[in-house]
Design a protein around this ligand. Structure first.
Ligand code: PAF
Length: 283
């Protein structure tokens, strides 16, 4: 008889007992773009089997009309999945994920509180709930998430750790268009003029990182510089620019630890987010 006293030992024992193949999992809401393709490639490269899920999750939308307007491009998505040799595409029906009478939610941890959590109440509760349901069903070895949704990645890492899921969460670098705009399913909703202005988000982030690399340690100075630049960009309305610690997304008063600059802006009805990781200046 074996006595095990820690969750990770239990996981280790189960792995060796079951043997078997590793499963790389890429959860998505469809409308696949090059950013998702990079996740699929990495999952493929690092695992025996790749599973892609496509499910537009109603519980993570604050506004019903956003849920309804979310692009659904299933046939195209399936062609992309095929192209990347995905082994299984999991596309559950909404009433199988949320059947009549269903009421259990996963309450996310502290990583859900700042930034997006302030402007989109309940969003991460919906994300944590659906990701838990998908994890329980797919039972992946590794799950892949883009760093563009930096806070989502932090919320899921915290959830996996606090709920003792036996899953490695892999954060993958943001994929960008040639002009720097982060790939996002929302970009197609930008007008031509907005699309040509939107790269200013990444430009402002890179300039801010350069400022920090050159020795600036004041978050206020960095944020003010970014604000001036973005305020001058036609049609761009800033929702927030924040500099937070990478580990727990808490606001900092001096840039003296690995941090991340997070930004959310609007172009009319289209909300875009992006971020850049920064290191404290070398002394
Ligand atoms: O990032 C997304 O596409 C979604 O939030 C996710 C993780 C698939 C949950 O619905």
């Amino acid at each position: 008889m074996i006595v095990i006293t820690a969750p990770e030992q239990m996981h280790e024992w189960l792995h060796s007992y079951r043997g078997g193949k590793s499963i790389g999992f890429v959860p998505t809401m469809g409308a696949l773009h090059a950013g998702h393709e990079v996740l699929l490639q990495q999952a493929q490269h690092e695992n025996d089997i790749t599973v892609l899920s496509i499910f537009v999750n109603p519980t993570q939308f604050n506004v019903q009309s956003d849920f309804e307007a979310y692009p659904r491009t299933t046939e195209r998505d399936l062609r992309i999945a095929e192209h990347h040799d995905v082994d299984v595409v999991y596309m559950p029906e909404t009433d199988r994920m949320y059947p009549e009478g269903w009421r259990i939610f996963i309450e996310p941890g502290t990583a859900a509180d700042p930034l997006e959590g302030l402007g989109r109440p309940g969003h991460f509760r919906g994300v944590a709930t659906i990701v838990t349901k998908l994890f329980n069903t797919v039972q992946p070895t590794r799950a892949y998430f883009g760093k563009k949704d930096y806070q989502q990645l932090a919320v899921i890492r915290q959830m996996v750790s606090e709920l003792n899921f036996d899953i490695s969460v892999v954060g993958v670098e943001t994929v960008r268009h040639d002009d720097g705009l982060a790939m996002s399913s929302r970009n197609i909703r930008l007008s031509d003029v907005q699309r040509s202005t939107a790269p200013v988000i990444h430009q402002a982030l890179v300039s801010a990182k350069n400022l920090v690399d050159a020795g600036e340690t004041s978050p206020d100075v960095v944020i003010n510089t970014m604000t001036s630049r973005l305020a001058a960009a036609d049609g761009c309305r800033i929702e927030y620019i924040e500099i937070v610690r990478q580990t727990d997304l808490q606001t900092i008063s001096t840039i003296n630890c690995p941090s991340v600059i997070c930004i959310a802006v609007w172009f009319d009805e289209v909300r875009l987010i992006d971020n850049i990781e920064i290191e404290p200046p070398q002394r």
